[in-house]
Write a protein that binds this ligand. Structure first.
Ligand code: GLU
Length: 297
């Protein structure tokens, strides 16, 4: 499965050192303590410090962060949102997102400020990509922010987006952002080391796949529904969908374990960390068209 294709004499891992525009996605389960659901400030601080350091190297950095709903649930004292009443369940999630997004941003702003870094908030919906004028404006805003040296912090606008029928998960959202801003690299920080031939939590025979040169139908079928965590919405399926969007748009993508945030540095130094999906731009891939068909059931 591993194909060490060379680009101008460099392996795909070595070319990562020269990537200029980087999108990093972190999931809810990586941002909170599993036992309490409270924010893991140590992890958050390390993440922000790493991102500021990457920015200080002159690279463009965009953070796609989950955790709004989880932080909101915690703030208003909701442990579980029951499945009984779908309509109320949606309203509760959206209300929690409204509370939690503000909390999350307040925390990020505070830590980014400690490193003299300006951060901005961008909340997106499906329509941001599907509508031509919205997409044009969003692209211009991202470009302008990056020119100003600002780090955009992105999430789905869960408060107005009808959660299940919009983009729905931040793996997909981060790949959409990477495609929109013509990023060079997308890093998905997760609670798993990368892609395996099977679920390593259930099958000890599952083999780790360090590099994917082509996303075959067979690979896409290997996607699993669950990450093993009960927060966030991204399983391997959404990560493979993200890989499809990113690589078709000419963006390399790495899935890596967020347990040690220092992995970001090692990836960007060309280290063999996580699973690398090598970009293969597909001129026929139409981002707005693809996004318009996204519909989570
Ligand atoms: N946008 C959601 C939030 O911030 C999370 C989606 C996801 O976990 O993928 O809570």
């Amino acid at each position: 499965m591993e194909i060490l294709k060379e680009v101008n004499g460099n392996s795909p891992r070595e070319t990562i050192r020269d990537k200029q525009r980087i999108v990093v996605k972190i999931g809810s389960s990586s941002l909170q303590h599993a036992q309490t659901g409270d924010l893991d400030y140590t992890r958050l601080e390390k993440l922000v410090r790493e991102l500021c350091d990457i920015r200080n190297q002159g690279k463009d950095v965009i953070l796609v962060t989950s955790g709004a709903i989880a932080a909101g649930k915690k703030a208003v004292g909701i442990r579980e949102i029951t499945e009984e009443d779908q309509v109320r369940q949606m309203a509760v999630k959206q209300a929690c997102a409204a509370v939690g997004q503000a909390r999350l941003m307040m925390t990020y702003q505070k830590i980014f400020a400690e490193y003299n870094q300006v951060a901005a908030q961008i909340l997106m919906t499906k329509n941001t990509i599907v509508d031509d004028l919205n997409r044009f404006n969003a692209h211009n805003t991202f470009t302008q922010l990056l020119q100003m040296g600002v780090i955009p912090i992105v999430n789905e606008n869960d408060t107005v987006a009808t959660y299940e029928i919009e983009i729905g998960d931040n793996d997909t959202l981060s790949a959409i952002v990477a495609a929109l801003v013509e990023a060079d690299l997308l890093i998905l920080l997760s609670d798993i080391d990368g892609l395996y031939t099977d679920d390593p939590r259930r099958n000890p025979e599952a083999a780790f796949i360090p590099q994917v040169d082509e996303l075959t139908e067979e690979l896409l079928a290997m996607g699993k529904e669950s990450t093993g965590s009960n927060v966030g919405t991204g399983g391997m399926n959404t990560k493979l969908q993200a890989a499809r969007i990113a690589t078709s748009s000419g963006v390399d993508m790495v899935i890596a374990n967020s347990v040690d945030i220092g992995i970001l540095h090692r990836i960007l130094s060309g280290g063999e960390e996580g699973t690398l999906f090598v970009a293969h731009r597909d001129e026929a891939f139409d981002l707005p068209q693809f996004v318009s068909q996204l519909h989570r059931q």
